[in-house]
Design a protein around this ligand. Structure first.
Ligand SMILES: [Zn+2]
Length: 659
């Protein structure tokens, strides 16, 4: 194990402005040892994906092969996206072998920088079109996040120099001046939104270097507003439309753009940008986030998913809820949590983590259903599945962002972004506030952090969460000290109880803050009532969504939608943070209508099943009582469907006979 000293808030780090703007902070030296489903996901991603040197070589080779230039594709995003996730995962595992692999691939990548400073998967004669800028963004972000885990000062200096040359080249070619390309002209899709997301690493490079030209370039991108069809920042400030009504509705790219706007707020301190980002985030939360914490029923577009997720009519594209959207939403909520200190954003992260996200981790190592139909692809399972079904269906329908590389292997956008999601479970589990620490996620294990005075603080968390609501926390400061310990009371929880050293306290919603003189051995006990609630679809009648894509004109046009009668004929169940699902492997047909025995208050009495009761691994398995006296077996959503085939056909929205 390797000790890393990471003071990422000092001057000339990408984060130092956050000391003035943010409410919560990351302890970059935090160490954790988790148990249970989160630990298992970390190990799978670390061992199977990030330690795979062939993948890193292949992704770096895209900057030599440059086959993205042929059709304006995005193979150049794979390296930086996975590097960001790898750095997040490394912050948890601190595995020296992983660090060596990452340093080696950074060196490999640096050799692809050409004489003009470009690191691009596009040839110079066919550059600045398609997804070129998007891919360059990920190269920059990969380098910036590597700097957060690297102690190699000489290498870090070379990375800064490399990034400056990369961005200087872009500034020379893109901008408002005569003879330069408008940023929207560097892409032919999504009205320039994908290119505009380069804002995020440009602002961070400004924080690292203090060079005004990067701030000026960021200012230019912000002034363009994200898309050629409308200024997204202005739309968010007006707060009249929901994001699914914006002129461009590509979910992942839009959230990425607003991540950049938030970074821009942090360096300028201009309040309106913070307001725009918070408005946007809250609107997405209200209108597009589904029960499993992802968004977008129409392929990868925001489309009022909150009401449409249970409507078979909405699923015309066949797939919904891209894993890139899940992870970007988690990252976005993480940023909103840091900036605002509002527990609701941690609630959102948890909802995505235990449901959509863990569901997408391809622990079954299964091939998707689509790629084997293609000719000439070297078949190898990908580490993340790309889309998450809610209505009766299967996982593994196809690979999002699928691209074949020169050596015959292929990869996808969602598989590359995945690692960042689990990394956030560690980063945000405990955060620092100005007067103490904030505990967001109840992951069993040990977390070592520091108090505001710098005293070492260990938190031992004993729990079966998310399968059970009893949590016991031993607070172990190295010496007695007065500080605040804020505990997140999950938004889904209607009744929570709390004891400090055996004495009960009345629980406050959101964060329950305990300020006292803590000494080693103080214990906190929490009990979150884990009742099982029935969730019914939200009737919507009719609506207009912006989902009709004309690829040639690069334009979305509005589509009138009418709620289908089937929409209301669905029911879903949530127990604590877990959404439940039917899985054909338990002998049920997930498309068969059910008649559950629900109480007048909308809750059901589940009978929990012992481990081994269903023939596959689950976080939770339970029997749902039906009105005819029989029972239906349900498991947690994330464990359902894992063969990516018909044999594990699944559904979270179960059909019912009447509403
Ligand atoms: Zn994707």
């Amino acid at each position: 194990m390797r000790e890393v000293k990471m003071n990422q808030y000092q001057e000339h780090s990408a984060n130092y402005k956050r000391l003035e703007t943010d409410s919560l902070f990351v302890d970059f030296e935090q160490r954790a040892e988790f148990e249970g489903c989160i630990e298992k996901a970390f190990r799978f991603i670390h061992d199977e994906q990030l330690m795979n040197t062939a993948l890193w070589k292949r992704f770096a080779a895209q900057f030599r092969d440059c086959i993205d230039s042929e059709k304006g594709a995005w193979r150049g995003e794979y390296w930086g996206k996975m590097m960001r996730g790898a750095c997040f995962v490394y912050a948890y595992t601190r595995d020296d072998a992983l660090y060596q692999i990452l340093e080696a691939t950074i060196e490999d990548l640096l050799t692809t920088q050409d004489g003009q400073g470009r690191i691009s998967s596009f040839r110079p004669d066919r550059e600045l079109f398609g997804w070129d800028l998007w891919c360059r963004k990920y190269v920059l972000l990969g380098m910036q996040y590597f700097m957060e885990i690297s102690e190699n000062e000489a290498l870090n200096r070379r990375l800064v120099e490399s990034m400056c040359r990369q961005v200087d080249y872009l500034i020379e070619k893109i901008g408002p001046e005569e003879g330069k390309k408008h940023i929207f002209e560097t892409s032919q899709t999504w009205q320039g939104l994908n290119s505009s997301t380069i804002l995020e690493p440009v602002v961070r490079l400004y924080s690292i270097t203090g060079e005004k030209r990067y701030l000026a370039f960021a200012q230019y991108i912000v002034s363009c507003g994200g898309t050629a069809l409308g200024n997204l920042i202005e739309l968010a400030l007006e707060d009249r439309l929901a994001p699914y009504q914006y002129p461009v509705t590509k979910a992942y790219e839009m959230m990425s753009f607003f991540e950049g706007v938030l970074e821009y707020y942090r360096v300028t301190g201009e309040e309106k940008y913070k307001r725009a980002v918070l408005n946007f985030g809250r609107r997405v939360m209200e209108t597009d986030i589904t029960i499993i914490g992802s968004a977008g029923c129409t392929h990868e577009l925001l489309d009022h998913s909150r009401v449409r997720q249970s409507d078979p009519e909405a699923l015309s594209g066949g797939v919904m809820q891209e894993t890139c959207v899940t992870v970007t939403w988690m990252k976005f909520c993480y940023q909103l949590l840091l900036i605002s200190g509002e527990a609701a954003f941690a609630d959102c992260m948890e909802q995505s983590l235990y449901n959509a996200y863990l569901g997408a981790v391809n622990t079954g190592k299964a091939l998707d259903q689509d790629t084997p139909q293609k000719e000439g692809y070297i078949l190898e399972y990908l580490h993340f599945d790309s889309y998450s079904p809610l209505l009766p269906g299967t996982r593994g329908k196809r690979v999002g962002g699928l691209q074949q590389m020169k050596d015959g292997h292929y990869y996808g956008c969602c598989a590359c972004i995945g690692a960042a999601g689990i990394g956030l479970a560690h980063k945000a589990a405990v955060l620092c506030s100005r007067d103490g620490v904030v505990l967001n996620f109840y992951i069993p294990g040990t977390i070592r952090t520091r108090t505001p005075e710098g005293t070492a603080l260990r938190l031992n968390i004993a729990t079966e969460y998310p399968a059970d609501g009893a949590v016991r926390i031993a607070v172990m400061p190295e010496q007695e000290e007065t500080f605040s310990l804020a505990l997140r009371i999950p938004g889904w929880c209607k009744a929570a109880s709390l004891w400090v050293n055996g004495e009960e306290e009345a629980v406050v919603c959101g964060y329950h803050t305990l300020t006292r003189r803590w000494k080693a051995g103080d214990t906190i006990q929490l009990r979150f009532e884990m009742e099982t609630c029935a969730i019914r679809p939200v009737p919507y009648g009719r609506d207009t969504v912006n989902t009709e894509m004309d690829w040639k004109a690069d334009r979305l046009s509005p589509k009138e939608i009418v709620e289908s009668p089937e929409n209301r004929l669905h029911i879903a169940f949530r127990r604590g943070p877990l959404i439940l699902a039917a899985d054909a492997r338990t002998g049920v047909d997930p498309a068969q209508p059910v008649d559950p025995l629900t109480g007048g208050d909308g809750t059901v009495k589940l009978r929990l099943l012992p481990p081994g009761a269903v023939p596959f691994k689950t976080i939770l398995a339970a029997a749902l009582p039906l009105r005819d006296g029989r029972e239906l077996i349900l498991v947690d959503y994330a464990s359902a469907g894992k063969t990516l085939r018909e044999d594990s056909r699944m559904a979270a929205w179960l059909p019912v006979l009447s509403d």
